[in-house]
Each structure stands twice: as structure tokens, then as C-alpha cells.
Design a protein around this ligand. Structure first.
Ligand code: GLN
Length: 456
């Protein structure tokens, strides 16, 4: 299937940056042997999976969609990858992404964009467009993504797949190349809510190698998905986030959202409107917190320790600084440079309090808005993204327009709470998929699975 539809940077879906057919086949054969020998098997043993190219994989290139890591092969597995291997899931390869996970369209990949399988002239969302497109195009039944501001949920929404951002700290970040440490989470991208539950149950749990990993078990997510699939939500209180369901949303997105809310009512849930006033500032706060963290994280790409080294032209014996400058200039794309500049500025002395400090305060206010909302309701709902998949190139020269599409997904990362995007049908005006988002309090990931399974 990958050979039939994936193509390359110039044509096809281009969900994969690297396919490991031989490795995956060997793992599949080993699974068959375990089955034949009657060994106890994990439910997903033998089910192939695609992994976003931001997680370290022994023996497989890990580029983060960047030229600066071209050719880098990690000497170790991310904890999530090690868990997949231990449970017997063959790893198909590494999926395309916006460079260092910065973007909402996968157009910022240094290796060419991924295309939306529903319409190859449109974006598959981002930054994890490769993982979502691989699942939507039946190239992989399961995929792993990462979500710092929506990069699992928004690609899920625009490709008609299920995407989950777990509670911050519920899935190990060991071996995940950090974009913004305080926002990043690893999570599943699948075709059904039950598949995502199986996957999060497998990859989640405490990891002593990640100091932010939560030393506490989540309730069974498979049980929650099965409970939701009965279609009975009697007694559940649902809040429609007022700030995320008004004007400015594509009519077809709004229509599918309203219908899905009506389904919740039919299932016995009580639906009320809830206000989270500070989330209108989420994008502004995020685009200070994130650049601050990523400008610091990306300092390690100095051409001395990893990846690509570029020597400055016309310099006989370049200094270390000249090599770093030439390598970073050639190795990083424009969006990465933009965020390094913003982050460095926001953290510099004299500006720190005015920008970074203020953004952290807004972050706290948003978390408090959610706390207050969850005193009244069990879950919050909204559309996942304001529009369906836009055309390739449409927002590439307008960073602010690109950023605005994350309004509904970013607040959950700022607050560390879990969220799911489930397919809610197709918009009337363009026939493209619409996503329905469910948010819950930290550690109550079971609720997003229960409600997601009830409406999918
Ligand atoms: N689109 C957002 C950004 O560009 C989110 C990215 C992400 O979740 N990795 O930062």
C-alpha cells in the first residue's frame, strides 16, 4: 500500500520519510512465530505502526523533518518505541513532519510536504501530517504522533482520523526530540477510538527516565472506550466552550459540531455552555512560551555533536563559531529561524518579564479557567480546528494565519490536560473531514475516550 500511494516529495501522499520494509517484515515474521508457538500475545502484537520522525529509533534515521539532522541514526530507542517493539508491533518507518514539529500543515518539512489523502492538493495538517495521512491513506493502521499545540489532534481532524493528546506526563518523553518540554506529549493516531485506547494503554505509564512522567496509573482506556461505545452517557455533564464555538468557524465545521453535540444529548448527557475567557489569549501566550523553550532546545544543534556540518565558504581555517553559523544557517528552515529569533528575544534581559513572564501568567489563568469549568462539567467540547484542510501553499507566507488555526487545540497543551479529536463527518461546502474535540481534566483521559467512542 505504501508503494502504491506514498510516492515521493513531488507526488503522492508522501507520508513517510523512511520506510523500513525489511525490518517490519522481520518483526512481522517473529510475531507469526510467537503466535504459532502459542505464546501470550499483546492485543496489538503483529499490527504494524508508523512513528513520527521526532522519536529516536535505533538503526532508523531520525531527522525531525530537518536538514540539520539529515543522516543521523540514533543509538537508542525512545521509551515509547521500546514499548512498541516489546509488544511486537512491527515498525513500518518514520513519518513526515514540519521541521522540529513547528507548523500546522507539514509544509515546513525540509523534505517536501505530505499531501492530504482526501485531496492531494490540500494539507494533511501538522506538524504530524505524515502520521495522520499514513493512517487516513491505509498505509498504516496505527501511528504515533506528538502534540505540543495540536499536532496530533489537528491533523486527525483534517484527515478524518482519531488523534489523542494524553495528559502531560502520562506518556514518556524520553527519546522524543523536544520542541517545547513543558508542552510536548506523545500520543496515538488511529482509525478508531478503541485503537487509540489500546495504543495509549500500551505506550503510557511511568518512566523513571523522564522526570516529568507521572508516577501514577491512569484508569484503563480500553474499558473507557468500550463503555462509551455502548452509546450511553447518562449522567455525564458536557460543557460547550463558548469562546470556541462562535463566529469565525467554517459553516460546515460548525454544522457537524452542532450535530455531534446533539448526539451527546441523545446519549443522555446534559449539555451546558461554559466560558473560559482567557483562552482567547492562548495563541499569544503559546507563541512566547514555545519559542522561548525551543530556542533553548535547538542550541544543541551546533554541528559538533550531531547531524550535518557545513563549512563556511572561502574560509581557510574556520573557527568553531563560523562552522556553527554556517551549519545552522544551512540546516534550519525559515520557520525554525523565526522561532529561535522570537524566543531569544523574549528571554533576553530586560524583556523577560514583559514577554515570557506575562505569557506564563496567562498560562496560569488558562489553567484556572479549565479548573473552574471542570467544577461544573465532566468534559469540554469544541470543534478541533476552525476550518477543513486548506490548500497547499495557501498560508505558507502568512505565519499568523497559520498560527490562528490552532486556537482550539493550544489551550490543552498550556494547561497539560488530555484531548481527543474524533471524526464528525464531512463539511457540506467542500466534502472534507471535520474533527470534534473532547477535553477532560488532567489524569481523566478515560473521559475523552468514553465520550469519543460514544460519538464516533
Ligand atoms: N501548530 C503548532 C505549532 O506550530 C503546534 C505544533 C505541535 O503541536 N507540534 O507550534
Amino acid at each position: 500500500r505504501i508503494a502504491a500511494v506514498d510516492g515521493d516529495a513531488g507526488s503522492g501522499v508522501h507520508a513517510f520519510l523512511h520506510v523500513d520494509a525489511e525490518g517490519a517484515l522481520a518483526q512481522a515474521r517473529a510475531s507469526d512465530e510467537r503466535r504459532a508457538a502459542g505464546a501470550p500475545l499483546h492485543a496489538l502484537d503483529g499490527v504494524p505502526i508508523a512513528v513520527k520522525d521526532v522519536l529516536a529509533t535505533t538503526g532508523l534515521p531520525t531527522t525531525c523533518g530537518s536538514r540539520i539532522l539529515e543522516g543521523w541514526v540514533p543509538p537508542y530507542d525512545a521509551t515509547v518505541v521500546a514499548k512498541l517493539k516489546a509488544a511486537g508491533l512491527p515498525i513500518l518507518g518514520k513519518t513526515n513532519m514540519d521541521e522540529f514539529a513547528m507548523g500546522s500543515s507539514t509544509e515546513h518539512s525540509a523534505y517536501g510536504p505530505t499531501r492530504n489523502p482526501w485531496d492531494l492538493t490540500r494539507i494533511p495538517g501538522g506538524s504530524g501530517g505524515g502520521s495522520a495521512a499514513a493512517v487516513a491513506a491505509y498505509e498504516a493502521p496505527l501511528a504515533i504522533g506528538t502534540d505540543t499545540g495540536g499536532s496530533i489532534r489537528q491533523p486527525g481532524a483534517v484527515t478524518g482520523t482519531v488523534g489523542v493528546k494524553p495528559t502531560y506526563g502520562a506518556v514518556s518523553r524520553y527519546g522524543l526530540v523536544a520542541l517545547a518540554n513543558s508542552l510536548d506529549q506523545v500520543g496515538p493516531v488511529t482509525r478508531t477510538v478503541l485503537d487509540s485506547a489500546l495504543l495509549q494503554d500500551l505506550i503510557g505509564g511511568h518512566d523513571p527516565r523522564d522526570s516529568t512522567s507521572i508516577p501514577q496509573e491512569l484508569p484503563s482506556l480500553v474499558d473507557a472506550a468500550r463503555q462509551g461505545a455502548t452509546g450511553d452517557l447518562t449522567g455525564l455533564k458536557v460543557g460547550v466552550v463558548k469562546e470556541l464555538s462562535g463566529d469565525g468557524w467554517q459553516p460546515g465545521v460548525k454544522a457537524r459540531f452542532d450535530e455531534t453535540v446533539a448526539l451527546l444529548v441523545d446519549a443522555g448527557a446534559e449539555v451546558v455552555e461554559v466560558s473560559c475567557p482567557n483562552i482567547v489569549h492562548a495563541i499569544a501566550a503559546y507563541y512566547l512560551v514555545l519559542p522561548a523553550e525551543c530556542s533553548s532546545n535547538l542550541a544543541k544543534f551546533d554541528a559538533m555533536r550531531y547531524g550535518r556540518r557545513v563549512l563556511p565558504e572561502g574560509v581557510d581555517a574556520p573557527s568553531a563559531e563560523e562552522v556553527m553559523r554556517a551549519s545552522r544557517d544551512a540546516g534550519f528552515g525559515d520557520e525554525v529561524k523565526r522561532r529561535i529569533i522570537i524566543g531569544t528575544y523574549a528571554l533576553s534581559s530586560g524583556y523577560y518579564d514583559a514577554y515570557y513572564g506575562q505569557a506564563q501568567k496567562i498560562r496560569t489563568l488558562i489553567a484556572r479557567d479549565f479548573d473552574a469549568a471542570f467544577e461544573q462539567v465532566d468534559v469540554l467540547v469544541s470543534p478541533t480546528a476552525p476550518t477543513t484542510a486548506f490548500k497547499l501553499g495557501e498560508k505558507l507566507d502568512d505565519p499568523l494565519a497559520m498560527y490562528a488555526g490552532d486556537l482550539a487545540t493550544i489551550p490543552a497543551n498550556l494547561a497539560g490536560i488530555p484531548g481527543i479529536s474524533v471524526p464528525a463527518g464531512l463539511a457540506d461546502e467542500d466534502g472534507l473531514p471535520v474533527g470534534f474535540q473532547v477535553l477532560a481534566p488532567a489524569m481523566a483521559d478515560d473521559r475523552v475516550y468514553r465520550v469519543g467512542a460514544a460519538v464516533e
